[in-house]
Design a protein around this ligand. Structure first.
Ligand code: G3P
Ligand code: CA
Length: 287
């Protein structure tokens, strides 16, 4: 157990330090095989990215319902403020890619957004799906899963007090993680609502001590891109009580890496496949 674990960690470091692509390819495969055996019984929370986007259109109540049905532990989604001031669940800055409309979310009123189909682009059978209000997400989840709410506020900022006011009306704020790439926003939220769990999103590593930085902004969670993690970072985070949720891993190879790294949660577009993958690995190992 412990020896195999440190062997795996050593292998990860060696592979990360080599620069030969071919060696990397084979080594990565070997690591995956090793990690799968070393990580038998090891698991992580399933985090449905944009509510899950494989079987239903991303960030719609249909996708959310599907993930709740699957019993995922966490659902991730993005919030933005629209022109009439309401908070809506939506990823892109512009509605063009995932609706039948066009224009930035910040310039469209709720009435305009609600006229759009958020599902027809994915499959005609989802044509009636609309862009959800944050409050509609709260009503459907109602404590059945942890909410990972990502504040999407760049390049256009909106007041985080809007989100805090909505969270004051949600009965399960203990089952909420607010995450953002905007760590200044996280720090402001921490000053205003000390009880909220906060996830600092990263797609790189800091040049200063990550954990005193996390303490300064009040982060309880580290949300790195899964390609930018070292097992030693995860171990350090854990020793300080910081949970690690890695995004966005969509293949068995990537999930094996995440498990080998020891992350607490894996953000994925395909929660059903990850659930199957984890279930297959939860039994005893055959030699
Ligand atoms: O959970 C982090 C991940 O969602 C960040 O990327 O662009 O999908 O919001 P994006
Ligand atoms: Ca997101």
């Amino acid at each position: 157990g412990r020896l195999r674990h440190s062997l795996t960690q050593g292998a990860v470091q060696i592979i990360q330090q080599t620069s030969l692509p071919l060696v990397f390819c084979f080594a990565r495969r070997a690591l995956i095989d090793l990690s799968v055996s070393a990580m038998a019984g090891k698991t992580a929370k399933i985090i449905a990215h944009r509510f899950g986007s494989k079987d239903a259109p991303e960030t719609t109540l249909a996708a959310l319902a599907r993930s709740l049905e699957l019993g995922v532990e966490v659902v991730e989604f993005d919030v933005q403020m629209c022109a009439s001031g309401e908070l809506v669940a939506f990823h892109d800055r512009d509605v063009r890619r995932t609706t039948n409309g066009f224009g930035p979310v910040k310039d469209l009123t709720l009435a305009q957004l609600k006229q759009l189909s958020a599902g027809a682009w994915f499959d005609p059978k989802f044509a009636d799906e609309k862009i959800p209000l944050l409050e509609e997400v709260f009503a459907m989840v109602d404590g059945k899963a942890i909410l990972n709410i990502e504040v999407k506020n760049m390049p256009f900022d909106w007041p985080e007090d809007k989100l805090l006011a909505s969270l004051d009306r949600y009965a399960h704020r203990d089952k909420v993680i607010v995450s953002a790439f905007d760590h200044r926003c996280l720090a402001r939220i921490h000053r205003k609502a000390k009880d909220l769990k906060l996830g600092m999103l990263f797609d790189g590593l800091l040049g200063i001590d990550m954990w005193s930085y996390a303490a300064r902004i009040g982060a309880t969670h580290w949300h790195p891109w899964f390609e930018f993690i070292r097992p030693s970072d995860v171990a350090e985070a854990h020793s300080l009580g910081i949970e690690v949720n890695a995004w966005t891993a969509n293949t068995p190879e990537d999930w094996a890496l995440c498990l080998a790294f020891g992350v607490d949660g894996i953000v994925t577009d395909d929660p059903a496949a990850l659930k199957l993958y984890l279930a297959e690995r939860s039994g005893p190992l055959t030699p």
